[in-house]
Design a protein around this ligand. Structure first.
Ligand code: GLY
Length: 406
């Protein structure tokens, strides 16, 4: 009788403890969901303010607070797709027809880049913009533009190296005329190629993307799964003759945004191929980032994991947004502890980014959503400023979080 009573008490206690934990988890999730809802509404106001300052043919790049000056680019800059992409995401999330109209206006100008063969960044430029527009509302004109963009990007593929050329020339890296430079960022352009094969049925684009991803696994990664920024290949035989950096603190360092591009790129490559090799690569990169001794507790990385001056070095909010968005997707393909861990860390990042430290008041920060990005530290440009891609991946991460916690 005594034993029975004890068993009953233990069972009741366990059940109530379990319920307590569950309640706590769902209430923190609810808090973040509510914060996301209000941030999205504020972001709409910010982008309306930003849009008022943008003339035709201009694209927001960053904001110089000291001079109260917005810096813009033309459509050929690698970031041109993020502004229309963010406008479309905001409309998708909270129904903002003014922003959708602004996106459509911008796309009219951006479409000329479909025939640009001088950059590898067409994935960023055209897939974040027209890719989203077409995902939300199928449009034969947008499909044609996306396919032409994929064709333009494919012209940069070299079948000896089995990679897509990133930069045409990079004299500051000592690359010669017969060299082919690939940066880790290029993993982000593959989604456009995967889309092109799905749309056209022509496997050429898929094969280029897979070859590029495989060559990058082979040559860009160190044994701890951190990645080099740049690999310089000999065009004649594909030999990786140098591994260096352009935006990191040193050739052997782990530049934070580069690691984020790799994480996101291999997660997307797994989504498109279902080849476990890419899932494992993405998980290895995630684990490198998460467990790095220089990763702060709030998971907003320093601009470089080996930056001089840590713990006083600057954080890069853009790398944090990309990591949060990628981890949310990666968690959906992962199981057990990994799944839970990736979700928890993405949530921790979002909680921090959606705080007053990183979010400006409406009308501040030039109209951008997120503060404290680091564009190019060695070049001393866009240091501790808003960045259009920080905004884009933050909004994407918020949407992903909401979809996963409905
Ligand atoms: N793709 C250039 C950068 O991440 O700065």
């Amino acid at each position: 009788m005594k034993t029975k009573l004890l068993f009953l008490l233990i069972t009741i206690c366990c059940l109530s403890c379990k319920q307590g934990t569950k309640k706590q988890t769902s209430s923190t999730e609810d808090t973040l969901s509510a914060t996301i809802d209000s941030t999205l509404l504020t972001a709409v106001k910010q982008y309306k303010f930003l849009a008022k300052q943008i003339d035709s043919g201009q694209y927001p790049k960053t904001y110089h607070a000291k001079e109260d000056r917005l810096e813009t680019s033309n459509s050929g800059w690698w970031c041109s797709g993020f502004y229309p992409g963010t406008l479309l995401y905001l409309d998708e999330a909270v129904n903002a027809p003014d922003l959708k109209q602004e996106a459509q206006r911008v796309l009219e100008d951006l479409k000329k880049e479909q025939s640009n063969t001088s950059t590898h960044d067409l994935g960023f430029m055209m897939y974040c913009s027209f890719g989203n527009a077409n995902r939300l509302e199928k449009n034969p004109e947008y499909e044609k533009i996306l396919l032409n963009s994929a064709k333009s990007l494919s012209t940069r593929y070299n079948d000896t190296v089995k990679a897509i050329r990133s930069w045409d020339s990079a004299p500051w890296n000592k690359a010669g005329d017969d060299d082919l430079v690939v940066i880790i960022d290029n993993m982000m352009n593959l989604e456009l190629l995967f889309w092109a094969t799905k749309f056209s049925g022509d496997s050429t684009y898929y094969d280029i993307a897979v070859n590029h991803a495989n060559t990058t696994i082979k040559n860009h990664f160190r044994s701890d799964y951190s990645s080099y920024h740049e690999v310089i290949y000999k065009e004649e035989n594909g030999e990786a003759r140098a591994k260096i950096t352009n935006q990191g603190t040193a050739d052997e360092s782990a530049w934070a945004r580069g690691q984020a591009w790799g994480l996101y790129g291999y997660t997307a490559t797994y989504r498109e191929t279902k080849d476990k090799k890419y899932l494992e690569q993405a998980q290895h990169i995630a684990d490198f980032l998460i467990n790095h001794p220089n990763m702060p507790k709030d998971y907003i990385p320093y601009w470089d994991f080996n930056a001089p001056g840590i713990p006083d070095a600057l954080r890069d909010s853009s790398a944090a947004s990309i990591i949060a968005s990628a981890l949310l997707e990666l968690s959906s393909y992962s199981e057990g502890d990994k799944k839970e861990n990736y979700q928890t860390i993405a949530k921790t990042i979002l909680e921090k980014l959606l705080s007053d430290e990183y979010l400006p008041k409406v009308g501040e920060n030039g109209g951008f959503i997120l503060k404290h990005g680091v564009g190019n530290m060695p070049n001393k440009t866009e240091v501790d400023t808003p960045l259009s891609y920080g905004d884009y991946y933050l909004v994407e991460a918020m949407i992903r979080y909401k979809e996963m916690n409905q």
